[in-house]
Ligand binder design. Sequence first.
Ligand code: HEM
Length: 400
Amino acid sequence: MDMWSAPPRLTNDGAFMADPVPAYSAWRREAAVHRTTTPDGSPVWLVTRYGDVRSALTDSRLSLAKSVSRVGYRGFALPPALDANLLNMDPPDHTRLRRLVSKAFTARKIESMRQQVQHVTDQLLDAVPTDGPVDLIAALAAPLPMIIIGDLLGVPDRDRENFRSWANALLVPNQAGPVTPARAVDHLQDLLSTLIATHRTSPDGTLLSDLVRVRDAGDELSEDELTSLAFLILLAGYETTVHLIGNGIVTLLQHPRELDRLRRDPSLVPLAVEEVMRFAAPNPYAIRRFARQDFAIGGAQIRAGDTVLLLLAAAHRDPDRFTNPDELDITRIDNGHLGFGHGIHYCLGAPLARLQAQTAIGSVLTRFPHLRLAVAVDELQWRASFRSRGLLALAVTTTP
Ligand code: HEM
């Protein structure tokens, strides 16, 4: 037992999030499963090892439905019309909804956005001043996914600024304006309902308009399902992508040898992004489940209604699964990270997240051959949230 002796202390401390992996790894070595509490005081089980995390993701004894939880949900509560989403559902409801959504959310749809993602990235990078430090979170990592989600949902130009500030009020606090989260949810709900109504009468090829029209054997998405899905795309797809881009760039800057390999062979960018998902997960504990019944995980006796958190970031450094787990290797082929989940809830937006991260990181490296951190590594400010690991700002210089 070392200084991280059980129970693990989950904390919303930005300083802890600067370098949480030694603690996560110690927790994994100590036990497959720990009993602890979240910073808001909710009791949880923490699953630390790759094999257990992966099997939990396909275990039907674990549910996503908050109604199964015994302690209830203490976080920010969404109105019911927004909460009826894929990430709060089990089969058979999930199966029906996912089948419908998958008909619109296709790999082809995402591939058709490639040019647009590159175009937005280029425009954002064109605006970066060439002298003096620049914050790549504010200049690129935050605006890119925001603009792309706005495009998916067909948010008109006149509403873009509001959309951005409401989304930031909920998700990216350092980019947030004066709106409270509760007001932001109301505004977003109104905006999304209006957009759905508009897309119904005049489809325009955006994802949201495809979703409005999707039909399967006479079945279609209800109004609430559409609104909550549009909202879920924002919740699930914005902050995570911001952090993946930021974590990717900072991780490479901290590993000059790997950065150099990547600069010499940019065809490795897709593999490098997968390695960042493993090595510097933007969502260390994003996956939460509730037990439907009493059963054991990793030797721990879980009771019906208990909350289980899957500590992806510990599983991703598990030596029983990964060779040299603490080494960043941008040519790692047999990666198998679980950062987009696994099983029936596997991330619908993974192709889009990959496309954006590959484009953003690839373009930054091509454009700025002299990219360097403008602050010391220990001065980087990390988000103060145990669920997301990402930078509040990433100051770099681009000149020799
Ligand atoms: C599901 C991660 C980007 C939409 C998930 C899950 C994870 C995840 C771990 C599964 C959660 C669970 O099993 O409880 C990520 C990460 C992203 C990302 C790390 C970026 C780096 C996106 C984007 C979108 C999106 C860009 C949409 C535009 C969704 C949706 C689900 C989901 C709709 C629910 C799927 C279902 O329940 O069937 N994501 N995601 N995600 N994600 Fe993502």
